[in-house]
Write a protein that binds this ligand. Structure first.
Ligand code: FE
Ligand code: FE
Ligand code: ZN
Length: 277
């Protein structure tokens, strides 16, 4: 079963997002747990979350892939800002308890000149504290493009975070634009990249994908998403991904430059690429 979806606005609540997802042919979705460029979270509504959970079960949705705010940098230099980011992660995971069994993905962080190792240590510290709560969700580290001082642009850096936290509730969300921009050639050697993933991280940790084409060449470290089939990855790469035995059962979230009608069209396009055996 292909689980395809996109980012939806959480403004009307969880149940409304499930209904929107249904309307555009999606059977999973992503949403920002708070203002993506700020830190304000919505008021909690447990009844709405429960209604959404039952509507998703009814429509046989795959796991959701919630997304932490872009501004949440767990390894920023200023100790006060860093503590604030750690508190936000803690609170986001607490809130995810209303949506048990789903995923919470975030960008590991930018070390802003502190160095990769210091950054990784700070990420691990914040994540370990947040996970000390008994939360029924899996936390996903997103593969990054390696722009600026971003951590998570290599499988090795992600492995170091997994090792530092040492908790099976941490997995990986593979962003197709980011890994390509990071230098992993999924166009010509998808199997080779997955083999590297297996050797460095372990495929059992791969829980979800972000499907984005890229505006830039391999290894550009840019992170500019393009609509599916119209960038450097091309439609054939996505055909391979949606049919790949190691990938096709994971929730796949579109983060392409689109509005809802564009997402509906991309979801239909991706479903048409699926080879029924
Ligand atoms: Fe992301
Ligand atoms: Fe992404
Ligand atoms: Zn991106």
């Amino acid at each position: 079963m292909l689980y395809l979806g996109c980012h939806l606005s959480s403004g009307e609540g969880n149940l409304a997002m499930v209904q929107t997802a249904n309307a555009i042919g999606a059977n999973t979705f992503a949403f920002f747990t708070r203002n993506p460029r700020g830190s304000k979270a919505k008021k909690e509504d447990l009844q709405d979350a429960a209604a959404a959970m039952s509507a998703m079960a009814q429509a046989q949705f795959g796991p959701l892939v919630a997304h932490g705010a872009y501004t949440m940098n767990l390894c920023t230099k200023d100790p006060e800002a860093r503590a604030f980011a750690a508190d936000i992660l803690f609170d986001d995971l607490r809130r995810m308890a209303a949506l048990p069994g789903n995923y919470y993905n975030f960008h590991p962080g930018c070390h802003v000149g502190q160095g990769v190792q210091t950054g990784i240590d700070q990420i691990c510290e914040a994540l370990s504290r947040a996970l000390a709560q008994d939360v029924p969700v899996t936390v996903l580290l997103e593969t990054m493009a390696g722009k600026g001082s971003e951590i998570g642009g290599t499988f090795q850096e992600l492995r170091a975070i997994l090792d530092g936290v040492g908790d099976s509730r941490v997995g990986i969300c593979l962003d197709t634009c980011h890994v390509w921009d990071g230098g992993y050639d999924i166009v010509h050697d998808l199997d080779g990249v997955l083999e590297q993933f297996q050797q460095v991280i372990g495929l059992e940790r791969l829980k979800a994908l972000h499907l984005n084409d890229s505006k830039n060449p391999l290894g550009s470290h840019k992170d500019r998403h393009e609509t599916i089939g119209n960038g450097a990855l091309g439609l054939e790469t996505f055909r391979k991904i949606v049919n790949h035995p190691l990938l096709k059962d994971k929730p796949m979230i579109l983060e392409t430059p689109n509005q809802l009608p564009g997402y509906a069209a991309e979801i239909a396009l991706l479903r048409s690429l699926e080879e029924k055996s």
